[in-house]
Design a protein around this ligand. Structure first.
Ligand code: CU
Ligand code: ZN
Length: 197
């Protein structure tokens, strides 16, 4: 038993040493002398797959809209659930925008609709659309909207990954056809889609 443990430990050292040796023996064009080594025994370790994300929506200047939306992996897409409050009753455009940057008081720092595939603005049910096109949320008479929706295109990895992007709620309804914004008006809330536990 003890011998086995020692053998395993020794093998581990030998293997680690081998990987490290290969890492440092990189051909010209690799790390410059003195630069931090990013290879070594950690080379090739895949990061854990993301299964959940969250966006906390904060009101833009002059608004009172707030909410928390969670995103969970659902088949090949992502399920959104949560609640948004402080809205005017009725429909409000709801999109993933290109940048996870809510620093501008009016939310414009989040950029346009997240559209990595260069397609037109459309309803989330259309096959040709912005990846960020989530359609509308609908607030009741109290100004609250409940979100329980599964998007088939958004993912947590690759081209359509929504991680680190912005989540925007608009003042008006998205008409699902006007290019490139859906004529949804100003931005009443902004959040950043971040990795969650
Ligand atoms: Cu938008
Ligand atoms: Zn769009």
């Amino acid at each position: 038993m003890r011998f086995t443990t020692l053998l395993a430990a020794s093998l581990g050292w030998i293997l680690a040493g081998t990987v490290h040796a290969q890492g440092t023996a990189a051909p010209a064009g690799g790390n410059a002398p003195g630069a931090p080594a990013h290879g070594g025994a950690h080379a090739g370790a895949a990061p854990a797959a993301v299964g959940k994300a969250v966006a906390v929506l904060h009101a833009t200047e002059g608004n009172k809209v707030e909410g928390t939306i969670t995103f969970t992996k659902a088949g090949t897409g992502v399920k959104l659930s949560g609640k948004i409050t402080g809205l005017t009753p009725g429909k409000h455009g709801f999109h993933v925008h290109e940048f996870g940057d809510c620093s501008a008081p009016d939310g414009t720092s989040a950029g346009g609709h997240f559209n990595p595939t260069g397609e037109p603005h459309a309803a989330p049910t259309e096959s040709a659309r912005h990846t960020g096109d989530l359609g509308n949320v609908e607030a009741d008479a109290s100004g609250a909207a409940t979100i329980d929706y599964t998007d088939t295109r958004a993912t947590f990895e690759g081209t359509n990954s929504i991680l680190g992007r912005g989540l925007i709620v608009h003042a008006k309804a998205d008409d699902l056809k006007t290019q490139p914004t859906g004529d949804a008006g100003g931005r009443v809330a902004c959040g950043v889609i971040g990795v969650a536990k």
